[in-house]
Design a protein around this ligand. Structure first.
Ligand SMILES: [Zn+2]
Length: 382
């Protein structure tokens, strides 16, 4: 029994909510999406494994293999099953109904990136296990939009292994061989509360924070010295996104925290950046009575580069007719690269359409994707 028609798979995936969020009130499981994919892939002749996430009963990854799993090369087509939360009041359409209108397919996850998972199955439809000299592996993960727990589980298991890996995030079918990393960090300054009428009776953490912000701003400027012209914003960015401290105007503020993100260029090391950040804060508060803590708010994503000698970048450049480029968003690519795969980000839809109301994918991209992914499977697996 073959997998169902593409239109049916798209509609079913969009109709199955799988929001992941760092805020527990929005967070859902992805298991229903994994079960749909597992059923279709089994029908299509794949050997399917479901890998539940520890501590999350309703979340899992899926690894599905067509052909000889013991062969050493092969191709992974990878995607995440979760979506970001949605803003119901701002959607013109039901986010959970695949709606085709004027050349577009609307739905939550249409571009980012449920469509790619259906398209990977559609592309695989014409290949028989016995014809493949190298395995075709379809991987679907949980929690890419939040904790990256799905990709972290793959990293811990050291699986899957293949020579090549395409991550079908929305790049408008342009090979993406570079992206920045994403780190989310916090610094908390501690002082001592007291009555505002006598500032010397306390230690105002907001005063400490002004020193820390000055130091972090200087650090941010220093990070601009290293540039990579492949990126639209060619340097490592630091954005102060949240600050909070104190309660009442007449009370000396005992504690103040700033949260910020850092988007490092490829080649920069997260641990080294965290060390430098700590040094800067320490120097800023030297010779004061303030104490501080730094901590990492989310494990984030390392920067990514396919590498100069990536054969997959060359294949996809040829198949798509588009030169490889760099993007500013993070993906699971560094995880697959660490598993030893020649990895490129390449999928239908545009990132500008993702994470917002009326998310859509151009319907013309569906056929193009199937054609290009089939050409790639033929190149890597036959
Ligand atoms: Zn995505």
């Amino acid at each position: 029994m073959p997998a169902p028609a593409l239109s049916h798979m798209l509609a079913q995936l969009i109709a199955t909510p799988s929001v992941s969020s760092v805020s527990p009130q929005f967070d859902m499981g992805n298991r229903a999406v994994i079960d749909l994919l597992a059923g279709w892939l089994e029908s299509a002749g794949f050997l399917v494994e479901i890998l539940p996430l520890e501590h999350h009963r309703d979340k899992a990854n899926l690894i599905a293999t067509l052909g000889d799993a013991s062969a050493s090369d092969g191709l992974i087509l990878a995607g995440h099953t979760d979506t970001v939360p949605w803003d119901a009041a701002r959607w013109r359409f039901d986010p959970f109904v695949w709606t085709e209108l004027e050349g577009r397919g609307y739905g939550l996850g249409s571009a980012d990136m449920k469509s790619f998972l259906a398209l990977a199955i559609e592309a695989a439809r014409v290949f028989k296990a016995g014809d493949l000299r190298q395995p075709l592996i379809i991987v679907a993960t949980a929690d890419e939009e939040s904790s990256m727990d799905g990709a972290c589980l793959l990293a811990r298991l050291g699986r899957p292994k293949a020579r090549f890996c395409v991550i079908g995030e929305p790049t408008n079918l342009t090979p993406v061989h570079l992206h920045k990393g994403v780190m989310m960090e916090a610094v908390t300054v501690f002082g001592r509360s007291g009555h505002s009428s006598d500032p010397d009776k306390g230690l105002n953490a907001i005063d400490g924070m002004t020193r820390v912000l000055a130091a972090l701003t200087a650090w941010r400027d220093s990070l601009k010295l290293q540039q990579n012209a492949a990126f639209l914003v060619p340097y490592t960015t630091v954005n102060f996104g949240h600050i909070c401290g104190g309660d009442n105007p007449n009370r000396i503020c005992p504690q103040c925290a700033v949260h910020f993100d850092v988007r490092p260029l490829p080649g920069m090391d997260g641990a080294a950046l965290r060390y430098a950040l700590r040094e800067r804060v320490q120097a800023a508060l030297k010779d004061t009575d303030f104490t501080f803590e730094t901590h990492t708010l989310s494990p984030g994503v390392e920067p990514f580069s396919s590498g100069e000698h990536s054969q997959l970048t060359a294949f996809l450049t040829q198949i798509s007719g588009k030169a490889p480029k760099a993007v500013a968003f993070g993906t699971e690519a560094p995880f697959y690269k660490a598993l030893g795969c020649d990895t490129v980000v390449f999928g239908p839809g545009r990132i500008d359409e993702a994470h917002q109301p009326d998310e859509y994918i151009e319907l013309s991209a569906l056929d193009d994707t199937v054609r290009m992914v089939r050409a790639l499977i033929a190149r890597c697996c036959l």
